[in-house]
Design a binder for this molecule. Structure first.
Ligand code: ASP
Ligand code: MG
Length: 409
């Protein structure tokens, strides 16, 4: 017997038929003797529909009232799913965020969870009830309804799993797991059986958007084993958990992430003296522009170059700021490039192995791809290259690091 939190996203509960299918799936677990807490999203498209509806009343809806509105989507699905479970002769009780006392701060539309009262949940489980909880919503200290931000049901599920000390938190979605890279770029990408929280965060923040990042961080912090699996086809999915490092044969590289949304800015001929990095980067972050890679060259002739990357949407803004800085510092010039991408090898196995970087650089050299910037961390090596070479680079690296699916499959 296991205590499992199962989260079903909008597509999984998108129609009455799908809600019934979810109920059948839950029944199979209950029949095995598992105790189940279910967290559901609104039916697909519903949250966006409600947002549009508010816009048709006013361009600037009141934040408190918007959360009252948006939270109704999930309230519909908890009731419908509970009814579907009853139809299968299962005991089930639905709870809104407020009813389950999922306490948050008062920041409407992006509230943070503070505390969950697990008493009612545990009491229901003891009485053989399936507990069905609305995702994405909570209540603040004054009883106001709050929501957790788009995609927030993942975080609700993980928080509840942590609170009741569940054996596993299962996120049912429309993909059957986390892949070695995006299968749309590399058709022989493989589903990973396991991945660590750290690796998942690197993969997710770099574009393999399967799970809300906040939910992965939360799961890592409270060490809640998290499994991503398909709500449409049977299969083990991908387990995201801590690095047990037991398997010495484990792959050095677990996956390849990439990101086409970056742009590069070089500030050339910056005087080499204390404070210049701050003067170049400071105004950019003050403008709330997120800076990703930063590289400063070793100075020659008393001047240096500072290169950094930003999201492509913010290139123009960051460029304008850099031009101003160049004047202030009497630096030489600014050069920008909006046609770059970042490709990263991710793997906890890299920690204990030198040589991965040089192997990566050789693959790119053999493919005739010029590397513009390189950054490394303990479990990641990233290169910035011309965007037009992205797919070529990802495919070559995928093969080189043994990630391609065996042909027999
Ligand atoms: N229904 C909310 C949204 O669409 C929350 C969720 O699906 O996780 O963002
Ligand atoms: Mg969702």
């Amino acid at each position: 017997m296991a205590l499992i939190v199962q989260k079903f996203g909008g597509t999984s509960v998108g129609t009455p038929e799908r809600i019934k299918a979810v109920a059948e799936r839950i029944k199979r677990h209950v029949d095995k003797g598992d105790q189940i807490v279910v967290v559901v999203s609104a039916m697909s498209g519903e949250t966006s529909r409600l947002l549009t509806l508010s816009q048709s009343i006013t361009a600037q809806p009141d934040a408190r009232e918007l959360d009252v509105l948006l939270s109704t989507g999930e309230q519909v699905t908890i009731a419908l799913l509970s009814m579907a479970l009853h139809d299968l002769s299962l005991g089930a009780r639905s709870y809104t965020g407020g009813q389950v006392k999922l306490l948050t701060d008062s920041v409407f539309s992006k509230a943070r969870i503070k505390q969950i009262d697990k008493k009612a949940i545990l009491a229901d489980l003891t009485n053989d009830q399936v507990v069905v909880i609305a995702g994405f919503q909570g209540v603040d200290g004054s009883g106001n309804i709050t929501t957790l931000g788009r995609g927030g049901s993942d975080t609700t599920a993980v928080a509840i799993a942590a609170a009741i000390n569940a054996d596993e938190c299962q996120i049912y979605t429309d993909v059957d797991g986390v892949y070695t890279t995006d299968p749309r770029v590399v058709s022989c990408a493989q589903r990973l059986d396991r991945i660590t929280f750290e690796e998942m965060l690197e993969m997710a923040s770099l574009g393999s958007k399967v799970l809300q990042i906040r939910a992965v961080e939360f799961a890592g912090k409270y060490q809640v084993p998290l499994r991503v699996l398909s709500s449409f086809k049977e299969g083990p999915g991908t387990l995201i958990s801590i690095d047990e490092n037991a398997d010495m044969e484990a792959a050095l590289v677990s996956g390849i992430a990439f990101n086409r949304d970056e742009a590069r800015i070089i500030v050339r001929g910056v005087p080499d003296m204390p404070g210049v990095a701050y003067k170049v980067i400071g105004p950019v972050s003050d403008a709330n522009i997120e800076v990703d890679v930063i590289v400063q060259n070793v100075a020659a002739d008393g001047s240096t170059d500072i290169t950094f990357t930003v999201h492509r949407n913010e290139l123009d803004k960051a460029h304008a700021i850099a031009e101003k800085t160049v004047k202030e510092l009497s630096a030489r010039e600014v050069a920008v490039d909006g046609n770059i991408c970042k490709v990263s090898l991710v793997g906890v196995g890299m920690r204990s192995h030198a040589g991965i970087a040089s192997q990566m650089f050789k693959v790119l050299a053999d493919a005739g791809i010029n590397i513009e910037l390189i950054t490394t961390s303990e479990i990641k090596i990233s290169v910035v290259i011309e965007e037009k070479y992205m797919e070529l680079a990802v495919r070559a690296l995928h093969t080189e690091f043994g990630l391609d699916q065996p042909e027999s499959e």
